[in-house]
Design a protein around this ligand. Structure first.
Ligand code: AKB
Length: 319
C-alpha cells in the first residue's frame, strides 16, 4: 500500500526540502504539506496543502481524518533565538503542539512519526567536545528545555503506547534552498547570501564560536534514513546524536575567501552568543552510525562550494 505522508511545518527550512524529496519518492499526491500559512513556493502546488496550526486541536483532527497519514513528520517548532524572546509561546508551541500531534498519531493509527530534537538539549555542563550520545542534559534555553522534554516524551510514548517515533538531534542546518528562521546557528546561512550580495558580513557570534553544523542535504537524508530504517535498528527512542561538520566563523570565512578573496567579516556579538556558548562544539554520532548506518557526506570545503555554486545560480536566474 502506498504511504500517505503528512509534513507539519512544511514551509520551514527543513520542511521545504523534505517535501521536495518526499514528492520525488512518493509522488506529489501522497505528500500532504501543512503549515500555519502557505508559502508561495511552487513546490507546494505539486500536492495537497493544508493550513494547520498545531495549537488548534480541531484543525489537527480534520487534517488527520481527511488524509489518514501513515507517516508523519512533525517539524513545527520555534527555534532557539525566537523562543528566548518569547519563552511562554516557545513552550506552548513546542510542547503543547507536540503533545497534540503525538495524540493524533495514536488516535489515527499512524505507523511512524519523525520528530526533530536539537543540539540545544545540551547545556553548559555537557562535555563540549565530541559530546557523547548519553551525557549530562542541563539545557539553559527554553528551546533546549522543550527539546529535552520532547525527547523524554518520545521515549515515554514509545514505551507506553507503542508509538513508533524516531528522532535526531539536528545541529545548525545550512542549505541554499530556504532560509532559516530564528535560530542561533542562522549566521552560517546568512553569511553566504551576504558574501555574494555585499561582499561583507557582520556576525552576531564571536570569531571563535565553534558549533556543530550540517549541510541540509545530509540533514534531509538523515531524516529520511532514520524514518525508513527497520524498527529493530532503532534502539534509542529519545533522540540520536548526528554529526556533520564543526567550524567557527573565522574558519567559515577563510573557506569562503578561497572563492571570494575580497569577502570580509566583522564581529558584533549579541544575545545569541550566550545561547551558542551553552552548546557543544562537536558531536559524537557513533551510536547512530552503528545502529542505522548514519554517515555525513559534507565536510566544510564541500559545503562551501555547494552553497556558493547554488546561490550563484539562483542569483543568475533572479537577474
Ligand atoms: C537553532 O539555532 O535554534 C537551531 C538548532 C541548533 O536547533 N538551528
Amino acid at each position: 500500500m502506498a504511504e500517505k505522508i503528512l509534513v507539519i511545518g512544511a514551509c520551514g527550512q527543513v520542511g521545504t526540502e523534505l517535501v521536495e524529496n518526499l514528492q520525488k519518492v512518493h509522488g506529489g499526491a501522497n505528500v500532504v504539506a501543512s503549515d500555519i500559512r502557505k508559502s508561495d513556493n511552487p513546490l507546494f502546488d505539486n500536492g495537497p496543502f493544508e493550513i494547520l496550526d498545531v495549537l488548534d486541536n480541531k484543525q489537527i483532527a480534520t487534517v488527520f481524518a481527511t488524509h489518514k497519514p501513515t507517516i508523519v513528520y512533525h517539524l513545527a517548532a520555534m527555534l532557539s533565538a525566537t523562543a528566548e524572546a518569547n519563552p511562554k509561546l516557545g513552550w506552548q508551541l513546542n510542547m503543547d503542539g507536540t503533545f497534540s500531534i503525538f495524540d493524533a498519531c495514536i488516535e489515527y493509527d499512524v505507523k511512524r512519526i519523525f520528530w526533530p530534537s536539537s543540539i540545544a538539549v545540551f547545556g553548559p555542563t555537557t562535555p563540549a567536545i565530541m559530546t557523547p550520545q548519553s551525557t549530562i542534559l542541563e539545557p539553559n534555553t527554553i528551546y533546549g528545555i522543550t527539546k529535552l522534554a520532547g525527547e523524554r516524551y518520545c521515549e515515554y510514548y514509545h514505551a507506553r503506547y507503542g508509538l513508533d517515533v524516531r528522532s535526531i538531534r539536528y545541529p545548525g542546518l545550512i542549505g541554499w534552498k530556504s532560509l532559516p528562521g530564528g535560530g542561533t546557528t542562522d549566521y552560517a546561512v546568512d553569511i553566504f547570501h551576504k558574501a555574494l550580495h555585499q561582499g561583507k558580513y557582520e556576525c552576531y557570534l564571536n570569531n571563535e564560536t565553534t558549533l556543530p553544523m550540517m549541510h541540509m542535504e545530509d540533514a534531509v537524508r538523515a531524516t529520511l534514513e532514520i524514518t525508513d530504517a527497520p524498527t529493530t535498528q532503532i534502539k534509542i527512542r529519545s533522540s540520536y546524536n548526528i554529526a556533520g561538520v564543526s567550524f567557527n566563523p573565522d574558519q567559515l570565512t577563510a573557506e569562503i575567501q578561497k572563492h571570494i578573496p575580497d569577502f570580509s567579516i566583522t564581529y558584533a556579538p549579541d544575545h545569541r552568543q550566550k545561547i551558542a556558548d551553552s552548546w557543544p562544539q562537536s558531536i559524537n554520532d557513533s551510536v547512530a552510525n552503528q545502529q542505522w548506518g548514519w554517515n555525513a557526506k559534507y565536510n566544510l570545503e564541500k559545503l562551501v562550494v555547494n552553497m556558493l555554486d547554488n546561490l550563484k545560480l539562483t542569483l543568475a536566474v533572479e537577474k
